[in-house]
Design a protein around this ligand. Structure first.
Ligand SMILES: *Cc1c(COP(=O)(O)O)cnc(C)c1O
Length: 385
């Protein structure tokens, strides 16, 4: 495993910390751009919530992406990183007034609206400023995704979006308002989706909805299909870059775009997931009654995905080349859920060894907390250490 990471440099840094492989991030962005450029009407907005580290954001902005934001704070972070407001989309079921005003003041590309009360508030606030907000309706397509139950969002039972049967009523309401202009439809069916059939099901649903709207002479300028493409948590070395060709091809082949329509994407995890690693240090090897524990200095405040979603991350001891032994890898927090992995093989581990928790670039650093009065983990770029 040595050689994959610049171990002498990592040794100098205070653990735990996130390490971002800038070269892999750039390769991933290039892979996306190579596919997107084959389709002149495809536009990509990076989902800022996956990772808002300012240096990560800057690299993504330099690749020409727009930003998908879900809060006022994310709009501020995106603007600060240099994303043009004209490429910012803003979604969320609970937008507060200051957040809507921030979007209006900056003339963002669209508000993705999730309810009639929200539409009314955006209209009011826009009128107060003498502006017209571009709005897309987030429709709940009732399409299931074969992923973890906590991260499906497109089922009728989820809190997200407007029910399909209300779509036309809401469009009619919007048409009567002076402060908003209806420009598009927005969807997002979930996260960590690896079955292209799920995206195909979304395409079929959008085709039905577009046909229904057309029969009522309603035209939309753009379609936004959200994010959700998954990464290979099992094989970060073998599959460091997701299959963007297969992903974009589904939409190119299955979604019936009308002339002049643009198709917008909001990938988060697939952009940043594999470039990030949580580096932590072994504090103690504890021989339990029935098993060995590798106790590390990172805990769920640094990376909550295993505790929150029972997520799998590949874990490696990057300091040891000794034969493998079986461990539970656990953090220092006084909660039984503070476990990164149970009964996994690691090279025989000793106090002081560096442990790499892989594929942690998405929903890692950004979800870190101060729980137990801990410091937030730092994020380091591979070209700056
Ligand atoms: C979370 C989210 C995304 C990004 O999802 P990924 O699975 O990280 O690609 C995109 N759009 C919306 C509206 C979201 O809430």
């Amino acid at each position: 495993m040595k050689g994959t990471f610049p171990i002498e440099k990592l040794e100098q840094l205070r653990t735990p910390f996130y390490y971002y492989d800038v070269e892999l991030l750039r390769q991933t962005l290039n892979a996306i751009n190579a596919e997107v450029q084959r389709h002149e009407n495809f536009v990509v907005h990076y989902a800022v919530k996956a990772n808002a580290n300012p240096k990560v954001l800057r690299i993504i902005r330099e690749a020409g992406f727009g930003a998908d934001c879900v809060s006022g704070g994310e709009i501020e972070a995106a603007l600060k990183a240099g994303f043009p407001a004209s490429k910012i989309v803003y979604a969320g079921v609970g937008k507060s007034d200051w957040e809507i005003n921030l979007g209006l003041d900056n003339d963002i590309f669209t508000f993705n609206v999730e309810s009639i009360p929200e539409l009314e508030v955006i209209n009011q606030l826009a009128l107060q400023k003498g502006k017209v907000a571009r709005i897309a309706l987030r429709i709940n397509p009732n399409v299931g995704a074969h992923t973890h139950a906590h991260i499906t969002t497109g089922l009728a039972e989820n809190k997200f979006g407007i029910a399909m049967r209300d779509m036309e009523t809401v469009i009619e309401r919007a048409a009567q308002m002076q402060g908003v202009r209806f420009v598009g439809l927005h969807f997002h069916i979930g996260s960590q989706i690896l079955d292209m059939g799920d995206f195909e099901a979304l395409c079929n649903r959008i085709n039905e909805l577009q046909a229904q709207l057309e029969s009522h002479h309603i035209r939309v300028e753009n379609i936004n299909v959200g994010g959700g493409l998954g990464i290979d948590y099992q094989h970060p070395n073998r599959v460091p870059i997701p299959d963007f060709k297969a992903y974009f091809d589904v939409y190119a082949k299955k979604l019936k775009l009308r002339p002049g329509q643009t198709l917008h994407f909001e990938p988060g995890r697939a952009v940043v997931g594999q470039c990030g690693t949580l580096i932590t240090r072994t504090l103690y090897i504890k021989e339990g009654a029935t098993k060995k524990f590798c106790i590390v200095d990172a805990g769920f405040p640094d990376l909550i995905r295993p505790a929150l979603y029972q997520a799998y991350h590949k874990i490696e001891n990057i300091s040891s080349e000794e034969p493998a032994e079986t461990y539970d890898v656990v953090g220092p927090i006084c909660e039984s859920s503070d476990v990164f992995a149970k009964q996994i093989d690691l090279n025989r581990s000793h106090r002081g060894d560096l442990i790499a928790i892989r594929s942690a670039g998405a929903y890692g650093e950004i979800m870190a907390s101060h729980y137990n009065c801990r410091q937030l983990p730092q994020g380091y770029m591979s070209d700056e250490i």
